[in-house]
Ligand binder design. Structure first.
Ligand code: FMN
Length: 360
């Protein structure tokens, strides 16, 4: 619960470091489109080697709810609210780490009842790389199969979070064998696997290493929003040794923009998803025109759920719908004013430029 509470505190956000305001989209004064013709539809075919046959991935917007909650007090209500959002708007929703379900068959009951209530939700499973590494190869299919089955997940996220694990009091900073574990996982399961960070991004050299593993996508999840160095630091007693060490790393990581620009210099056999500090539909548009295939947002959804005066399910749903509507409208305006009728066109046309800063 600590994590949830701290993630809503503005001090753990690195928004001032995101660099997203250095990018501008190029205005088109003659768009030659009517606003109501603009489509956000982005359902795609998956042809990843991790998927046995070509499969239609069912989401209809190019942005998603990044993995957040699982297995703690209050998480069932949050997951229900997000699954409802997914069912109403056909948006992909990542659930938080399913670590608990690995050793506890009872824990998967929560996911089964969620799925039963929301059969139309598009859900992604989630597990940390440092947990994945611990699973013997012979048991992968069985154990991961169970995590996927209880949720009926359409996508599986593996998160890599070395900074968080090493700072966290109860962390498991064991990452030896990570690449091999990812490769084995991709072979063992039949749904697309997406590797993600949790707010520190990927460097060019790391991205190169991920070719050839059969990943469907890599979600860059860079610095610019929720920062786990800051969250883990905030969980320590002020001025304790752990607090001071965490403080040293509270600006650590590659920004989402830096990671996205790094990727332009290489060929990847996986898609690029972007998240970390994405707060508006204009941010989503910037990521897409810079090469992201899908764009993730985490903390603002949580803020919409927890931040209002009422926790009645219908009021929470209304706040989530309002956030969804705002992001969609901002993205549509970004398409319209760059003269793009579709997300695919925005991606193709590369309508961005560096912002000119006034000379001093
Ligand atoms: C409360 C909270 C819990 C999170 N838990 C997970 C998790 O279990 N698994 C995961 O892959 N990422 C987790 N994340 C990281 C997010 O998916 C995302 O990568 C990160 O927060 C950056 O996005 P943001 O700046 O939009 O918040 C969590 C984020 C938040 C805010």
């Amino acid at each position: 619960m600590d994590h949830l509470r701290w993630s809503l505190d503005e001090r753990v956000q690195t928004s001032s470091l995101s660099d997203l305001d250095q990018i501008e989209l190029v205005h088109e004064a003659l768009p030659e489109i009517n606003f109501d013709e603009i489509s956000l539809n982005s359902s795609v075919s998956s042809s990843s080697s991790s998927v046995s046959s070509r499969q239609q991935l069912p989401w209809q917007v190019p942005f998603f709810v990044s993995s957040m909650t699982a297995g703690h007090e209050g998480s069932a209500q949050i997951n229900e609210a997000l699954a409802g959002l997914s069912e109403r708007h056909h948006i992909l929703v990542g659930v938080g780490s399913q670590r608990k379900e690995l050793g506890n068959l009872q824990a998967s009951q929560e996911w089964r009842s969620l799925r039963k209530k929301f059969p139309g939700a598009i859900l992604a499973g989630n597990l940390g790389l440092s947990q994945l590494i611990q699973i013997p190869e012979a048991k992968l299919q069985d154990q991961l199969g169970r995590l996927i089955e209880c949720l009926n997940a359409q996508v599986f996220f593996v998160h890599t979070n070395p900074l968080q694990e090493v700072l966290q009091q109860e962390g498991t900073p064991q990452f030896r064998g990570g690449l091999r574990a990812i490769e084995n996982l991709v072979k063992a399961i039949k749904i697309p696997v997406v590797l993600k960070e949790v707010g520190c991004g990927f460097s060019l050299e790391t991205l190169k290493k991920l070719n050839g593993l059969g990943l469907y996508a890599v979600d860059l999840s860079g610095k610019g929003g929720t920062h786990w160095g800051r969250i883990e630091g905030a969980r320590f007693e002020p001025n304790s040794p752990g607090y001071r060490v965490a403080q040293t790393f509270d600006n650590w990581g590659m920004t989402t923009l830096e990671s996205l620009l790094a990727v332009q210099g290489i060929t990847c056999d996986y898609k690029i998803w972007a998240s970390g500090g994405i707060r508006t539909g204009l941010d989503i548009a910037k990521m897409i025109t810079l090469g992201a295939d899908m764009v993730g947002i985490a903390q603002p959804w949580l803020k919409a759920i927890c931040g209002g005066p009422s926790q009645q399910p219908e009021d929470v749903a209304l706040r989530l719908d309002q956030l969804f509507a705002r992001l969609s409208m901002e993205l549509k305006i970004s398409l319209f004013c760059t003269g793009c009728a579709s997300v695919a066109e925005l991606s193709r046309k590369k309508v961005w430029k560096w912002r000119k800063f006034p000379a001093n």
